[in-house]
Design a protein around this ligand. Structure first.
Ligand SMILES: Cc1ncc(C[n+]2csc(CCOP(=O)(O)OP(=O)(O)O)c2C)c(N)n1
Ligand code: SF4
Ligand SMILES: [Mg+2]
Length: 285
């Protein structure tokens, strides 16, 4: 286990006191420490939002990118250096709104990425507009008479899009969340960990108390995490309780395993020098 202090950033989190994202950061740090992942071997990529500020608050490689574009950046990093552990972090607006297309494509490709979405069901950074996971009827700054649309179900969407590890946690239960993050990072392939991470400033409905009463852990011998159909049924449960835990895990080849360009080895470790023009020309004969 690597000491927790090794991941301590010089930048202190600028989140509101009590923000759920603190619990996610702590769980992530605990998970990488438990897994002995040295900061030099870890890259944390994000988009834009309160939650997307996270890479600044952990001592590792970091990339705070553009709104909704964390997954394409992480894809590039993954293909450039398949030896890195890559964790992608962001919010529900970032990943399930503007970045939704990238989310679906990353899952069908089964890139070896761990995607942690701090789902507070609101746009926190921009001061409280409805997000794609805001509940129907929720009155926000942008929906004063209540949200009209049905919310996105990220768990169901991940399952049908080909994610090979699909889980949901709650930032108010850091031990459980740490375990899910550890399993997600260890899993080879695309891992989604959707996390209920309350925004204490702009969402007065989906609070810590609300989730403490509402969440129920998936467990018991009757639940088989390799059973896709059972996971899909579970993903649609919202009443009377919302399941948290590991919904589904399976193995299939990753994009990196199949990419012909990577057969020659890790690109960042390739020898630099003039191109082998003879070999390149031979390809055209
Ligand atoms: C292209 C683009 N569109 C819109 C914005 C404005 N913007 C910044 S963060 C954000 C939403 C943040 O919500 P979420 O991803 O849920 O993160 P949270 O702040 O809730 O953690 C928006 C709309 C932007 N920065 N860039
Ligand atoms: S506005 Fe909400 S999401 Fe943003 S830091 Fe504050 S509590 Fe967290
Ligand atoms: Mg949000």
């Amino acid at each position: 286990m690597i000491e927790l202090s090794k991941y301590k950033s010089e930048t202190r989190p600028d989140w509101c006191p009590g923000c759920g994202d603190f619990g996610v950061l702590n769980s992530l740090v605990q998970a990488v420490s438990n897994l002995n992942i040295d900061p030099k071997d870890l890259l944390v990529v994000s988009g834009i939002g309160c939650s997307s500020n996270l890479p600044g608050f952990i001592h590792a490689y970091g990339f705070h990118s553009l709104h909704g574009r964390a997954l394409p950046i992480a894809t590039g990093a993954r293909l450039a250096n398949p030896d890195l552990k890559i964790v992608v972090t962001g919010g529900d607006g970032d990943g399930y709104g503007i970045g939704l297309g990238h989310f679906v494509h990353a899952m069908r490709r089964n890139l070896d990425l761990t995607y942690i979405v701090m789902n507070n069901q609101i746009y926190g950074l921009t001061t409280g507009q409805a997000s794609p996971t805001s509940s129907k009827g929720f009155a926000t700054k942008s929906t004063p008479t209540g949200v009209i649309e049905e919310p996105i179900n990220p768990i169901a969407l991940a399952l049908i899009s080909g994610a090979t590890f699909v889980a949901r946690g709650f930032s108010g239960d850091p031990k459980h969340l740490t375990d899910l993050i550890e399993k997600g990072i260890t899993h080879k392939g695309f891992s989604l960990i959707d996390v209920f991470s309350p925004c204490v400033t702009w969402n007065k409905i989906n609070t810590y108390d609300y989730f403490r009463q509402k969440c129920l852990k998936i467990n018991g011998p009757e639940y088989d995490t390799s059973n896709f159909d059972q996971a899909f049924v579970k993903s649609r449960e919202m009443e009377p309780k919302i399941p948290i835990g590991l919904f589904y895990e399976t193995q299939r080849p990753t994009y990196e395993d199949q990419d012909p360009a990577l057969k020659a080895g890790n690109p960042v470790k390739a020898k630099l020098g003039p191109p082998d023009t003879k070999r390149l020309l031979q390809e055209f004969y």
